[in-house]
Design a protein around this ligand. Structure first.
Ligand code: CU
Length: 309
């Protein structure tokens, strides 16, 4: 499990930003040293001594005025050029067709792979070492998609798609967050970004594309029936059942995911049970109602969700 830092870049895009940051700090350091040095020098050299006459006045000195206008201008110009160059590396124009569409919802992330039709939530996979063109959307309010080790931040705006490039140099799991306050559970609007070998990525995608199998045991069959009879299907989709709504996370392969509730708990049978018993206890404010299920119903739903590998 990796951390959430932009000081450990793991992609060409993130490295370009990191390098710019370092150059900027060197420039700021030199300015700080020069200004502080000049102040200390002047304080010592020109301090008032007994018998000193009034010092020579420089107001309106053309040479000095030109120098202290030109030097800051040049510094800003250098920073501007470096930034523009970084932007061309970190953020080249979007590909004509996105590889991935990520949609911010209060408070979870939907990810669609338009080239295959796979739709997942909160756990985004990506083949290692190749740039992915990502279109960013939102359904409700502003969110901000940020995988600190891999790319810049980018706001997701309802009705106005944005774009970033995502790439990971090394296989592994990277943490992502929503980085713009978006309501009660903004802090738990996290996601995992799993970079894996291309064959593994393809296999994962094929798994995600498979419809849910029909349950084979009684308990799970009751779970599916309960799911379809309750209002779950007004919000959730399970491929291969009557549920096709896109208001909430796709549950077709819920059992294959590592976390629930956009990172708030690990996806264990016990946590899933707690979630279904009362999601408001696990994630206060969450946009899913409490159904007051009985223990028997919770066991049925649990048995069914376990089959959704
Ligand atoms: Cu958000």
């Amino acid at each position: 499990m990796s951390s959430l830092t932009s000081l450990d870049p793991q992609s060409p895009q993130a490295r370009a930003i990191y390098d710019l940051n370092n150059v900027a700090w060197v420039i700021f350091g030199l300015i700080f040293a020069a200004v502080t040095g000049a102040i200390i020098y002047s304080l010592r050299k020109y301090r008032w001594r007994e018998g000193d006459a009034e010092p020579r006045q420089l107001a309106g000195n053309k040479k000095v005025e030109i120098i202290w206008t030109a030097v800051p201008f040049l510094i800003v110009l250098v920073l501007f050029i470096l930034t523009a160059r970084t932007m061309s590396i970190a953020d080249p124009p979007a590909a004509p067709e996105p590889d991935l569409i990520v949609v911010g919802h209060q408070w979870w992330w939907e990810a669609r792979y338009p080239k295959t039709g796979a739709i997942v939530a909160n756990e985004i996979h990506l083949p290692v070492g190749r740039p992915f063109s990502v279109r960013l959307e939102a359904t409700d309010v502003l969110h901000e998609f940020w995988v600190a080790e891999l790319a810049r931040k980018m706001t997701t705006v309802p009705g106005h798609p944005n774009h970033i490039w995502l790439q990971a140099d090394k296989t592994g799991t990277y943490n992502g967050i929503c980085s713009e306050f978006c309501g009660t559970q903004h802090a738990w609007m996290r996601f995992l970004l799993v970079a894996e070998a291309p064959e593994q990525f393809e296999a994962w995608q094929q798994t995600q594309l498979r419809p849910a199998p029909a349950p084979t045991d009684d308990l799970a069959a009751h779970g599916l029936a309960l799911f379809q009879a309750s209002s779950c299907i007004n919000c959730h989709a399970i491929n291969g059942t009557a549920a096709t709504a896109r208001v909430a996370p796709d549950l077709t392969h819920i059992a294959s995911r590592r976390q629930l509730g956009a990172g708030i708990v690990e996806n264990t049978p016990e946590n899933l049970r707690r979630w279904l018993k009362d999601p408001q206890v696990v994630k206060p404010g969450v946009k899913m109602p409490n159904y007051n299920f009985t223990d028997e119903q919770l066991a049925q739903l649990g048995a069914y969700f376990k089959t959704l590998q």
